[in-house]
Design a protein around this ligand. Structure first.
Ligand code: SF4
Length: 282
């Protein structure tokens, strides 16, 4: 039996890709990647951080290095395909759905770069791609694939009806690298700490974030965030917690702090007569 490894985002496009392949009797195994920037099962944070820091093929409107990220996912999927013995990789990709990273030419370019020429099937847009060996050999039927392109979801919604899919997932908001506000913070973080890690990248999504020269302050906005921020505490950080009055917990990370120590400081409303350098800055 032909076995496909489907990169599965859980969005409508990937659900349809699965249906289309299964209709042809193909055994479909799904998987999705996750990282400190988006949810998913197989964690690729370490590799993705490297391309976020220095993308080879540029970024989208935010800090999203979509081409590099896509390439990384293709390469990782290829490793899994070879290891587990799948015949090909499938995706729910739709040509030109994203102008920067998902044009036909760019997808073919990335496919080639990943060493996967002719080994990726995109059921929703397959008719717009060159014939693969699987189609030539009749292992899959090209006639039963589609030629969908562009951002409109009209044809996907029609197909969902045909396949009897009644619960349509909302388009995934997913990746925070495309978020304008997050991207501003990440850009600043890269400037002050080019070797940032996944903890740094994630903590930017919490509270209100301020930068002062080479130091980052994350000021929590409510009790839950105050408790959550403690999970990010790491060597070299200072965590300021209010003493005897309600107020924000503040995580301070950066060069204002002596390296190699952790501090948990309780603060009160009263400003010390001789504030130290950290308190003066705050
Ligand atoms: S939007 Fe995010 S997850 Fe998607 S390809 Fe771009 S960087 Fe990767």
């Amino acid at each position: 039996m032909t076995k496909a490894l489907l990169l599965y985002s859980k969005g409508l496009d990937s659900i349809l890709a699965k249906e289309i392949l299964e209709k042809q009797g193909i055994e479909v195994h799904t998987m999705n990647f996750g990282s400190c920037f988006f949810e998913g099962e197989i964690d690729i944070s370490d590799e993705l951080l490297e391309v976020v820091k220095k993308p080879k093929y540029g970024r989208g409107k935010g800090m999203n290095p979509c081409l590099d990220c896509h390439l990384l996912m293709y390469k990782k999927a290829k490793e899994i395909m070879l290891e587990k013995g799948y015949d090909f990789i499938a995706t729910g990709e739709v040509v030109s759905q994203r102008p920067f990273s998902q044009t036909r030419d760019k997808l073919l370019f990335l496919e080639k770069k990943a060493g996967l020429e002719g080994l990726i099937l995109r059921p929703l847009s397959q008719k717009l791609f060159p014939l693969t060996i699987f189609e030539k050999k009749g292992i899959v039927k090209r006639d039963e694939f589609y030629d969908i392109s562009g951002k409109s979801r009209k044809r996907q919604l029609e197909l969902a009806k045909e396949f009897g899919i009644s619960s349509i997932p909302m388009p995934a908001g997913g990746c925070i690298l495309t978020d304008k506000e997050y991207s501003k913070k990440l850009k600043k973080l890269i400037e002050i700490k080019p070797d940032f890690d996944s903890n740094d990248a994630k903590v930017l999504t919490k509270g209100r974030v301020f930068f002062d020269e080479k130091t980052m302050f994350v000021v929590t906005r409510n009790k839950e965030e105050g408790e959550e921020i403690r999970n990010f505490f790491k060597k070299g950080d200072v965590v300021l917690e209010p003493q005897n009055f309600p107020g924000p917990t503040v995580l301070v990370r950066g060069s204002l702090i002596k390296k190699g120590k952790e501090y948990l400081i309780k603060y009160s409303k009263k400003v010390p007569e001789k504030p130290n350098i950290l308190i003066k800055r705050i």
